[in-house]
Design a protein around this ligand. Structure first.
Ligand code: HEM
Length: 489
């Protein structure tokens, strides 16, 4: 954009000079959350880079991001048409597709309502406040059994490998009304491949921006396509079984409720937004896909921080012992009495920032931000990692210190500060699973901390360097766990 083309009063976006063809791909490099955070120091909260031939606007700073995603949400809430997104859910994903505002809004509302009703549904016995609590308590108890078994057999385990199955079972329970055994090859094979998805679906993947790269053989791309096919095949089989046994007087789970919605909609002649049955039932793909890797990654990071900081792990256990007791299983209602656990979770989110960027956004019309002109259809990255490590917001941002969220006497969580941790996006595209996710992370951790002590293997300190992706994982590793007995409290 030459200055002559700029609308009056608006400035041209600052940013690094771009090379022909590749643009700034080399400067952005393999850890874009770090390189783009460094560029923000130089160019400010709103700047432009060039990935291949395509300009990308990078937003940083809590207030700037709030301005774009909340106050100007209408203009900043579309998704860009990226090459890799076409392979996700056959291009019909609620989360990644370029659906127009009307269709996306209708699907998002359906997804949100389905999630809410199947998580708040009554449990099968009065002991549980809701179905979500029941699923988590049962899966956490089973996870402890699993870990106990693996410890006896092998003396160590890979935490992500086991946590991800338990978390997947919670969302499978709500979406499909079923759970899987920890050794079920079909499920385990699928859920342990999620890093192959995140590697390609990450912000700044060069193949999304440099068309020539699509024609070169790429192992990562092949794995990504395979994972998407396996994923959709897995879900479609379950969906077909649901169609075959569907009974509108007995809606068993989210899949049934979406099928039912297709039937209802046929009766509703006034509906002006037309959404195909495929796009309605396909929502379950998004919920299942978004629902296991994110929460499993969050829990896995928390376990690693406990291993890295044994004194904090001990404080967590002592808080549980004092506030809940060791004889009964913690519940969601215990959250308000466990401020240190809440602070620990907030700090795990902030410090790892394992979703370093939101899913990319795109402008739906010409707009401006902080006085800079941004044309329609510009791809926008939101740097959540920068917000969570901004030295203007956080003292000593690189140190892991849950106490930063606690009042001086340690009895209360500073809610206002907690809200400054950005992990779920904000505005119109904000995560719709946030409440479920926070509840899962809290309750799984409370139950694990009560019953187990996690430890590094001798001579193998844990490595907390994140591996870049849509969700960043710590390096896969092995640790051990000791079942706590009453005597050693
Ligand atoms: C979108 C974070 C768990 C469902 C998102 C986005 C983020 C996010 C950053 C993108 C926001 C944007 O593009 O601006 C997380 C984190 C989780 C988590 C950190 C766990 C700790 C879940 C769960 C579900 C879920 C459990 C569902 C069961 C979704 C969906 C979207 C989304 C459907 C797409 C929304 C849209 O495009 O309109 N999430 N999420 N998420 N999340 Fe989550």
């Amino acid at each position: 954009y030459f200055s002559a083309e700029l609308p009056e009063g608006l400035r041209r976006l600052p940013g690094p000079r771009a090379l022909p063809i590749i643009g700034n791909v080399l400067e952005v490099g393999g850890r874009p959350y770090l390189s783009l955070t460094a560029m923000r120091k130089r160019y400010g909260d709103v700047f432009q880079i060039q990935l291949g031939m395509r300009p990308v606007v990078v937003l940083s700073g809590l207030e700037t991001v709030r301005q774009a995603l909340v106050r100007q949400g209408e203009e900043f809430s579309s998704r860009p048409d990226l090459y890799s997104f076409r392979f996700i859910n056959e291009g019909k994903s609620l989360t990644f597709s370029t659906d127009g505002a009307g269709v996306w809004r209708a699907r998002r509302k359906l997804a949100y309502n389905a999630l809410r009703s199947f998580s708040t549904l009554k449990g099968t016995t009065p002991e549980y406040s809701c179905m979500l609590e029941e699923h988590i308590c049962k899966e956490a108890a089973d996870l402890i059994q699993q870990l106990h078994g693996v410890m006896e057999a092998d003396g160590n385990f890979d935490p992500y490998r086991h946590i991800v199955v338990s978390v997947a079972n919670v969302i499978c329970g709500m979406c499909f009304g079923r759970r899987y055994n920890h050794n079920d090859q079909e499920l385990v094979g699928l859920v342990t491949l999620s890093h192959e998805f995140g590697e390609v679906a990450s912000n700044g993947n060069p193949a999304d921006f440099i068309p020539a790269l699509r024609f070169l053989p790429s192992k990562a791309m092949k794995r990504f396509v395979d994972v998407n096919i396996r994923f959709i095949t897995f879900v479609q089989k379950i969906v077909s079984e649901h169609y075959a046994s569907f009974d509108k007087d007995n809606i068993r789970d989210i899949t049934d409720s979406l099928i039912n919605h297709c039937e209802d909609r046929k009766l509703d002649e006034n509906s002006n937004i037309q959404v195909s049955d495929e796009k309605i039932v396909g929502i379950v793909n998004d919920l299942f896909g978004a629902g296991f890797d994110t929460v499993a990654t969050a829990l896995s990071w928390s376990v690693m921080y406990m291993v890295a900081y044994p004194e904090l792990q001990e404080r967590l256990h002592q808080e549980l012992k004092r506030k809940v007791d060791l004889d009964r299983t913690p519940r969601l209602s215990d959250k308000q009495h466990l401020p240190f656990l809440e602070a620990f979770i907030l700090e795990s989110f902030r410090h790892s920032s394992f979703l370093p960027f939101t899913i990319p956004h795109c402008t739906s019309k010409d707009t401006s931000l902080n006085g800079y002109f941004i044309p329609k259809d510009t791809c926008v990255f939101i740097n959540q990692w920068q917000i969570n490590h901004d030295p203007e917001q956080w003292t000593d941002p690189s140190s892991f210190n849950p106490d930063r969220f606690l009042s001086a006497d340690g009895t209360e969580v500073n809610k206002l500060l907690g809200e400054k941790v950005m992990m779920f996006g904000m505005g119109k595209r904000r995560c719709i699973g946030e409440v479920i996710a926070r509840n899962e992370v809290f309750l799984f951790l409370a139950i694990l901390v009560q019953k187990l002590q996690f430890l590094a293997l001798p001579g193998q300190p844990v490595d907390l360097t994140p591996e870049y992706g849509l969700t960043m994982k710590h390096k896969r590793c092995h640790i051990k766990a000791i079942v706590r007995t009453r005597d050693d409290q």
